[in-house]
Design a protein around this ligand. Structure first.
Ligand SMILES: Nc1ncnc2c1ncn2[C@@H]1O[C@H](COP(=O)(O)OP(=O)(O)O)[C@@H](O)[C@H]1O
Ligand SMILES: [Mg+2]
Length: 221
């Protein structure tokens, strides 16, 4: 089966200081969902960024959809991010002065797509926020904003979606809804989902789980 992500002996440090990720190997197959847990400061977001081609590894090999990230130029990395990877950022990364609809449109236009209306409306509807299409993020609830970021992550039909702390700042009911929604996506949209979280409530939704601790990644049951 095709490997979406294939990481061997990855190490990462920022500015030659402390090593944040040590000798990590991980592979994710097509349509596979995995969870990466770990305490605050364990390096979860760093791993998210390396997998998402936002940071290059210091050592080791990171292949995303068969492409060796270390060999890509900045332009090639950004192209890969736009077309093949969907991001659900912990801090949302929505543009505050654009509506829900316009935030979706923006990432599609950046990827070179002009026929965007049907896709945007379908995704907003699937996420149950079609009524919010003309709202600014500041006019939406926490759960709605989160669903908008999921819709945006799927806009360009990515092979893999990366979710960094998708339940942070949500109450238990909303957290449940978001996790169910997120995991229904891999069937519906044929995507792998890599979720990064320190929320214990998230654990039960995954069969394949890993923990980051002291820079090392270990499989857990
Ligand atoms: N851009 C950066 N520059 C320097 N150090 C960083 C940077 N990002 C994260 N770090 C450091 O890397 C470590 C892991 O951080 P992070 O990956 O954000 O962990 P987590 O998401 O698990 O809380 C921390 O010690 C943090 O201070
Ligand atoms: Mg983090």
């Amino acid at each position: 089966m095709q490997k979406i992500i294939d990481i061997t002996k990855l190490s990462k440090s920022y500015d030659d200081k402390e090593v944040v990720l040590k000798d990590i190997s991980l592979s994710v197959k097509k349509k596979e969902n995995i969870l990466i847990m770990g305490r605050s400061g364990a390096g979860k977001t760093t791993l998210f960024k390396v997998i998402g081609c936002l940071e290059k590894p210091s050592k080791g090999k990171v292949k995303v959809l068969g492409k060796d990230v270390t060999k890509l130029t900045m332009d090639e990395m950004s192209q890969l991010r736009l077309t093949e990877i969907g991001f659900i950022f912990q801090d949302f990364n929505l543009l505050p002065h654009l509506t829900a609809y316009e935030n979706m449109e923006l990432v599609m236009n950046l990827a070179g797509k002009n026929e965007t209306n049907n896709r945007i409306m379908k995704l907003l509807k699937d996420m149950g926020i079609q009524k919010k299409k003309n709202s600014l993020p500041s006019e939406m609830s926490g759960g709605e904003v989160r669903r908008l970021t999921i819709a945006r992550a799927l806009a360009n039909n990515p092979k893999v979606v990366l979710a960094d702390e998708p339940t942070s700042n949500l109450d238990e009911k909303n957290s449940k809804n978001i996790m169910k929604l997120l995991l229904s996506l891999n069937k519906k949209y044929n995507t792998s989902i890599i979720t990064i979280s320190h929320d214990p409530l998230v654990k039960k939704y995954f069969r394949k789980k890993y923990e980051l601790r002291d820079g090392k990644l270990k499989k857990v049951r």
